[in-house]
Ligand binder design. Structure first.
Ligand SMILES: C[S@@+](CC[C@H](N)C(=O)[O-])C[C@H]1O[C@@H](n2cnc3c(N)ncnc32)[C@H](O)[C@@H]1O
Length: 239
């Protein structure tokens, strides 16, 4: 399904708090340091936040937790920041940048209680598959940055991507067996985890959902030091 271009936030909104540039962040980055008003709060990360429905609803529903999003598209990162600013969500911020760089290089071990990946771009063409965000390496680092007992959530409408990603996550040996996540019928127009979940369910199409708990085993990989990474930005296939 093609995506509409992101809406520009109201220029009167001050996005200073909600919108961060990955290139301006310290390395290593302690996520809790981004929420100085709640230094002991648990922090959860959403990868590929798109229009920001998850960050906005989760931060409102759980004011005692902090939510960090990372979004590679500048337009969507700004749209998301605008949504958080309008909601006065002081426990949520969005980073404009590449989730791979953030998770592999900036985040220290065991610094998050949740990693959420909803409807990652499927990159259908065989030659583009290496761009999928749920790669073996990403999943190894997801296991590294999650604290023991932390949860990795994977939801997608692409069954083959789901099966591969869940098998790869289990293969890292950092996660217990996946548990299925279930949803109730929506009670209102925005009662969905994300915008992509909304449009998939409204179209009557299936969604695959799993939650994997970080095991007690020590992290198997080490944080990747700069400058091994680049900040190249692959285009979204349907942007
Ligand atoms: C299909 S959309 C899903 C958006 C949202 N999660 C939802 O379910 O509505 C995938 C999103 O991931 C973002 N994305 C893709 N690769 C990324 C990366 N490496 N780092 C951060 N965001 C990424 C895209 O720009 C896009 O906004």
């Amino acid at each position: 399904m093609p995506r509409r271009p992101p809406k520009k936030p109201d220029p009167a909104l001050d996005l200073t708090w909600h919108l961060l540039a990955l290139s301006a962040l310290p390395c290593p980055l302690t996520p809790a340091a981004l929420f100085p008003a709640a230094p002991n709060a648990a922090v959860e990360l959403e990868v590929g936040s798109g229009k920001g429905l998850f960050l906005a609803s989760a931060s409102t529903a759980a004011p005692d937790r902090c939510f960090l999003g990372v979004e590679i598209s500048g337009g969507y990162a700004r749209m998301c920041a605008g949504k958080l600013a309008r909601a006065h969500a002081n426990n949520a911020r969005i980073i404009h940048g590449d989730a791979n760089l953030l998770v592999r290089s900036l985040l220290p071990n065991a610094c998050l209680t949740g990693v959420h990946v909803y409807f990652p771009d499927p990159w259908w063409k065989a030659r583009h598959r290496k761009r999928r965000v749920l790669s073996d390496l990403f999943l190894q680092h997801a296991g590294r940055v999650l604290a023991p007992g932390g949860l990795l959530h994977i939801w997608t409408d692409v069954e083959e991507y789901f099966d591969e990603a869940v098998a790869a996550a289990v293969g890292t040996q950092s996660f217990a067996a996946p548990e299925e996540e279930t949803v109730e019928p929506a009670q209102h127009d925005l009662d969905y985890r994300t915008h992509f979940e909304r449009r998939t369910r409204l179209a009557g199409e299936p969604v695959w959902r799993a939650r994997l708990k970080r095991s007690e085993a020590p992290a198997a990989v080490a944080r990747v030091e700069f400058p091994e990474n680049s900040q190249s930005e692959p285009q979204s296939p349907d942007a």
